[in-house]
Design a binder for this molecule. Structure first.
Ligand code: MF3
Ligand code: CO
Ligand code: CO
Length: 275
């Protein structure tokens, strides 16, 4: 079982297996980082159109982050050489930006993580490219609802299992597959930290949620089966049955009364349609 550890501006930060409980300086730091991450996604809206390449998107992301004093957290992270992940259609996550062009009918997840003054803002949204079939739009809508239903459970006194359970229940109502191979994660001054945030669960189980906990919720939901595999590039995770996959991600902090979403879109563009 995880132990908790109070941390503040003076603490030495390592990944030591504890769940960190941050103070007001942590909330300040995450607010700034989360806001920039959300603004980067907001800025992509006019660019995610048929004909654009995912490496064009990667360039826009990198330039925006650096211009605003942020550092792309994924650039050089475990050998990843890009500033975002672009996961198209049956790609579950960790799609690598390339010279591949987006085409009408694609759904694409763009996942950005920026470091501002040492704090990590991690968020992703689905973008609809041109005319997207109703089946795909439904998957995107339900996946966003899964994220928000999970966030509704994020309050002191609840358990991590309550979040997973809310997501699982909604996805299963629509007979979708819930990816188990990737999870949300604690974050703050570390990109991937404790706790592991599984997108399925049993109510009342797992670590208890306490004020000052920071973590992401980032459900990956498939129209078909849950099973995935990693391509030979070592990163790209795809559905085994080639079915479409969607994901949304927010970074949140547990407060005394509920939670604060650090990566909420200042422009109100948290989910499509964006215009
Ligand atoms: N942003 C992803 C997450 O939500 C992590 C991407 S790591 C990368 O945790 F190296 F693939 F970019
Ligand atoms: Co994340
Ligand atoms: Co992310």
């Amino acid at each position: 079982m995880n132990k908790y550890q109070k941390v503040d501006a003076g603490s030495v930060i390592t990944r030591d297996g504890t769940i960190k409980l941050h103070g007001p300086d942590g909330f300040e730091g995450m607010r700034k980082a989360g806001r920039l991450a959300a603004e980067v996604l907001d800025g992509l809206v006019p660019h995610v159109v048929p004909g654009v390449t995912t490496s064009d998107i990667d360039d826009i992301v990198r330039v925006h982050m650096l211009r605003e004093g942020g550092i792309p957290a994924t650039l050089g992270y475990r050998g990843f050489t890009h500033s975002c992940c672009t996961s198209i259609n049956h790609v579950i996550c960790h799609g690598i930006p390339s010279d591949k062009k987006l085409k009408s009918g694609d759904i694409v997840n763009i996942d950005v993580t920026v470091i501002v003054d040492g704090w990590h803002g991690d968020t992703s949204r689905m973008f609809l490219v041109g005319d997207v079939p109703i089946k795909a739009r439904r998957l995107v809508d339900i996946t966003y609802e899964c994220l928000m239903l999970g966030i509704e459970q994020a309050k002191p006194g609840n358990y991590l299992g309550d979040i997973g359970h809310a997501i699982q229940t909604h996805a299963q109502q629509h007979r979708y597959g819930i990816v188990r191979d990737f999870c949300g994660h604690g974050l703050g001054q570390i990109f991937h930290d404790e706790p592991e945030v599984v997108h399925l669960g049993v109510p009342g189980t797992g670590p208890e949620l306490k004020p000052g906990m920071f973590f992401t919720i980032e459900p990956m939901i498939n129209i078909g089966k849950a099973a995935g595999k990693i391509l030979n590039d070592g990163w790209t995770a795809v559905t085994r049955d080639k079915s479409l996959s969607a994901q949304f991600e927010h970074s949140i902090g547990i407060t005394e009364t509920g939670c604060e979403i650090f990566t909420k879109s200042p422009a109100g563009l948290d989910n499509p349609p964006y215009s």
